[in-house]
Design a protein around this ligand. Structure first.
Ligand code: GLC
Length: 736
């Protein structure tokens, strides 16, 4: 049988029997029912190897996860190709989320770079490393919009904005998939988790979401649509039930929208066990019903729950699931394998010279870590100059494992360049570097070394404190209700601030933390996220002035958990706060009811964030001027051209991220006060100025109106060009 299928496969292109579809039909027609069901089944390869081989030999598996040893992978593949009934190659998959061996900054950090080109280049490097180990399907990019930093998986996505998230997700898709999926150095990307997973109530992972259709279409869908438009080969359904429907069994989502509206022709894979997950959700009475709902909804491959393996035969034989539904799912999987070239080249690509940790890959990772780093405060202490002795301290100063961040299954902590190592490497000869971690890890409560810390701080010219989160504190199933620094970290910073020396605080974390007090007592603050393998060198280069910081926040930083959810593209409301509110001391005793006004604010905390979306400082200062629009009235199918002049007014070269926002005062439905519709990194020498041009297709201003149609509505708009989401130069235009 298998030889027949292989023969068919060879024949069709040779004799020009049409393309992909004809080859797929020829294969499908020769597959048994069991062969077909086997293709819809994906398992974890880390179990009993004997059982795994037996299941492959019986043709019960279409894909295996988590095998990263090319020799073992080839051994399993040979069984599939030469011994299974249909001889169809396996697709080997892995969570390759931000780097593979060379770990990149977490995606939330990558988003702070606002650099599509570098994100794409780094993703391509990741594909080269992962395919060297035989992986041809990566469960990434993750592009869940996250407005709640309590949610641990905010680390894995590109933040709160649909435009930024979509552009960077598309960049990762291009990087992973290259110019052709059949390139042995390419791997299929997977847009996940479709959809709305980041809106989990309470920020608790896997929790219920309620996102109405209009918000889905305006905020949560766009990054996925942009990834599909970039050619993303697969989509993963999400765990959450939205408005009562678990995504994995939601036909409107996976078939009507994804395939019907967007024309997606790739594979939908469930999340881990999320087919069977309909039962605990209470959306299916038993596993059999769950299998029926999910295959019918459009989930092609069942990750790890074996529900399809168990129940599809009886569901089809009883006429509850049409054979055509199974066939269509099989076609999509065969098509993906064909596009990857697996039928011609099923085995791990041959490697003469390894690319793992190559100089280029490490340099790109360092560049991305630099661009991911956000300067939040600087009274002038940075970049360091004229210092003879520095004290390096804090639990993240030498934390090779934690620095890598979540989802780094293949990262090697021995390769991590930590800040203390990098500072010694770069400046150890010119500067005396004192080192006292004081705390062993983020949760460390011990103050036993604080006495020594105090005495060392008093000897130093400057103190560099590296604080933040252990790796395990973010990522899947790792939500937090309290976002303050853990352990005795704040106490440590208070001690250091009392030593009368300039204090530079560097945060490494998987999410925004509530750091108002720490920021207040520090002279400079850098936010490096979990910056990956090369993070220490990137931070050291910035601190020492070899590079300028250019990162911008891809997510809002709340002052306290009580403000969450807080995001920049919020609605106007009818009682807008003016920002002056939120100080309990302003409230008189026995105040009458309306003494504090009627605004959407708190009595005890300002209504503004600690740091807004798009914010980030530089070592120089930029000004924007001469904003010009090509037209003041534009047709709905037109393009608005925008020009602005950016000038570097400082004494150092620097990079600014110029941001273009659009908002409208009124429409058929309430709209966000503004939305990001363009961004551009521009590097300028001192006193240099440059004209930056944007092209804004008006159809990108479409939104889901009162009639539930997504369309451009005529009306007047305000266009703002700024260096963060707070404000900037404004011009008005209308759409006819
Ligand atoms: C996990 C995650 C998903 C990942 C998958 C395979 O539960 O939700 O992002 O790709 O299972 O590891």
């Amino acid at each position: 049988m298998k030889r027949f299928i292989a023969f068919i496969l060879l024949l069709t292109p040779l004799f020009g029997f049409g393309g992909e579809d004809e080859r797929i039909e020829a294969m499908l027609s020769k597959m048994s029912f069991d062969d077909k069901i086997g293709q819809l089944n994906q398992v974890d390869g880390r179990g009993d190897i004997g059982q795994l081989e037996a299941e492959i030999r019986a043709g019960r598996l279409g894909s295996v996860m988590n095998i990263v040893d090319p020799k073992l992978l080839d051994r399993l593949q040979r069984i599939a190709v030469e011994e299974s009934p249909a001889g169809i190659p396996l697709l080997f998959a892995r969570d390759v989320v931000h780097g593979f061996k060379t770990v990149l900054p977490i995606p939330l950090g990558q988003a702070a770079s606002f650099d599509e080109e570098l994100v794409e280049r780094a993703a391509r490097n990741t594909a080269v490393e992962a395919t060297e180990c035989g992986i041809r399907w990566a469960f990434a990019p993750m592009m869940d919009i996250a407005r709640d930093p309590r949610w641990g998986r905010i680390a894995e996505g590109f933040g709160e904005d649909p435009f930024l998230a979509g552009r960077l997700a598309a960049a990762v898709v291009r990087g992973y998939q290259g110019d052709s999926l059949s390139d042995p150095k390419s791997m299929a990307a997977c847009a996940k988790h479709f959809v709305g997973y980041g809106a989990a109530e309470g920020g608790r992972d896997y929790n219920t979401t309620y996102i109405p259709e209009r918000l889905l279409r305006d905020i949560y869908f766009p990054p996925f649509r942009m990834a599909v438009e970039a050619g993303c080969a697969s989509v993963m359904s999400s765990f959450n039930d939205n408005d009562g429907l678990p995504a994995t069994g939601n036909r409107w989502l996976l078939t009507d929208v994804l395939r019907g509206e967007w024309g997606f022709d790739g594979v939908v894979v469930s999340d881990w066990g999320s087919v069977a997950g309909l039962v605990p959700h209470g959306a299916a009475a038993d596993n059999r019903e769950a299998a029926k709902r999910c295959i019918t909804a459009g989930t092609d491959m069942d990750m790890s729950s074996r529900s399809y393996l168990r129940h599809l035969r009886s569901l089809v034989e009883n006429g509850e699931v049409p054979m055509e539904v199974v066939d269509e799912a099989v076609r999509r999987i065969l098509r993906l394998k064909m596009r990857l070239g697996l039928f011609e080249h099923p085995y791990a690509r041959q490697v003469t010279t390894s690319d793992l940790y190559s100089e280029k890959i490490l340099d790109d990772a360092c560049a991305l870590a630099r661009e991911a780093t956000v300067l939040l405060k600087n009274d002038g202490v940075l970049p360091l100059s004229n210092v003879r002795r520095i004290l390096v301290t804090g639990p993240m100063a030498d934390a090779p494992y934690d620095q890598l961040g979540t989802w780094t299954l293949d990262g090697d902590k021995t390769r991590t360049l930590t800040p203390i190592r990098a500072l010694r490497e770069i400046a150890g000869k010119e500067i005396e570097i004192l080192y006292e971690p004081a705390l062993a890890y983020g949760r460390d409560q011990s103050t036993a070394r604080f006495g020594r810390l105090r005495s060392l701080a008093r000897k130093a010219d400057v103190v560099l404190a590296f604080v933040g989160e252990e790796q395990i504190m973010s990522g899947e199933a790792h939500s937090l209700a309290d976002l303050n620094l853990q352990g005795a970290q704040r106490e440590m910073l208070e001690l250091l601030a009392g030593c009368g020396r300039p204090l530079v605080t560097v945060f490494m974390a998987g999410r925004p933390l509530t750091i108002e007090r720490e920021t207040e007592i520090s002279d400079a603050v850098l936010y490096a996220w979990h910056p990956g393998t090369m993070g220490g060198r990137a931070i050291a280069q910035i601190i020492l002035g070899e590079a300028s910081p250019s990162g911008k926040l891809p997510v809002t930083f709340p002052r306290c958990v009580g403000q969450i959810p807080m995001y920049y593209n919020h609605k106007h409301t009818s009682h807008r706060a003016d920002g002056s509110e939120g100080n309990l001391d302003d409230i008189p005793r026995e105040a009458v009811q309306s003494v504090m006004g009627h605004t959407s604010s708190y009595l005890d905390v300002p209504p503004t964030p600690l740091f807004p979306f798009g914010f980030g400082l530089s070592y120089t200062t930029f000004t924007l001027s001469e904003l010009q629009l090509s037209d003041t009235t534009v047709p709905a199918n037109g393009v608005l051209k925008v020009r602005v002049t950016v000038e570097n007014r400082g004494k150092r070269e620097g990079t600014e991220v110029v941001q273009l926002y659009v908002g409208r005062k009124s429409a058929s439905v309430t709209r966000p006060i503004k939305e990001l519709k363009g961004f551009r990194r521009v590097t300028l020498s001192p006193s240099e100025s440059r004209i930056i041009e944007f092209e804004l297709p008006i159809d990108e201003l479409a939104f889901c109106g009162a009639d539930r149609r997504t369309a451009v509505e005529p009306g007047s708009y305000v266009l703002t060009i700024g260096t963060d989401s707070r404000d900037g130069l404004k011009e008005h235009f209308s759409v006819k």
